[in-house]
Design a protein around this ligand. Sequence first.
Ligand code: YRO
Length: 308
Amino acid sequence: LDLSVSWLGMKMSSPLFNASGVYCRTREELELVRRSAAGAVVTKSCTLEPRAGNPEPRYRRTALGSINSMGLPNEGYRYYLDYAQAYEDAKPLFLSVSGMTLDDTLTILAELAALKLPCLPEVNLSCPNLPGKPQLGYDFAASAEALEAISRAYARPFGVKLPPYFDPAHFAAMAAVLNAFPLLRFVTCINSVGNGLVIDLDSESAVIKPKGGLGGLGGDYVLPTALANVREFAVLLADKQVIGCGGVKSGAEAFMHILAGATAVQVGTCLHEEGVSAFDRIEAELAAIMQAKGYQRLDEFRGRLKTL
Ligand SMILES: CC(C)(C)CCc1c(C(=O)O)[nH]c(=O)[nH]c1=O
């Protein structure tokens, strides 16, 4: 069986890697993922300056997944550029960027471009927009402006992390924006499903402190939404790769994401809860499913989702 993935001039020995935000804030965490069975590594979204993030509790697991409002805690972009400069592993490294303003994002990307490092940026479009406006990824005009500025300032292949969309008109509108940028080589679908509210019955309280308890959902809650976003963008985007993220906790969901069109698959909530051994387990489960179905390689079923 061959579970490798070759794309954008990179080779991944496994289609699985971490979702930005999970096991990737510190060098120690990044090294755990790099030394694991994961096929790649992505860093926590970084900002110009280090950030402590929101007050705790800011992450909670639930029976159906997780809720978080971390608030972009990170070591500042220089920390991750330093890690990238010292990075010598054949395993691809992605650098997630989420500047507090577009200018910050452009500053970070310009320094990354100047270093001519092999790592690819994954620009987080769930990054804050102007006050009172929705996150960038939900503001199509602002997204187009940002992608135009990034294409000009960075002027090398890059990717974006997309929030989930829930309406065919939004899939079409965002695909039209994304298709206008040839340097945009991949999209990662999806980021957490925003602003859910998990309530604890006994305490009659929200379970996380920030934002009155509102936070992004991950895990089982989001799998169908993630699969829909992967399939829609895999169909609507011309000549770009789609990376699946959302609800992957076993070989079954990894298989579904690839069947929906994902080139590779990120693991978030499950990795946070299980640790990096999740990569060995999920990969073995994926291989067993392929074996049972008679598939030798991922490209024999990638994007081959049937409809009724
Ligand atoms: C939500 C933002 C804080 C604006 C971006 C960082 C982020 C966070 C976070 O750091 O709270 N959590 C997520 O599930 N996805 C994200 O993209």
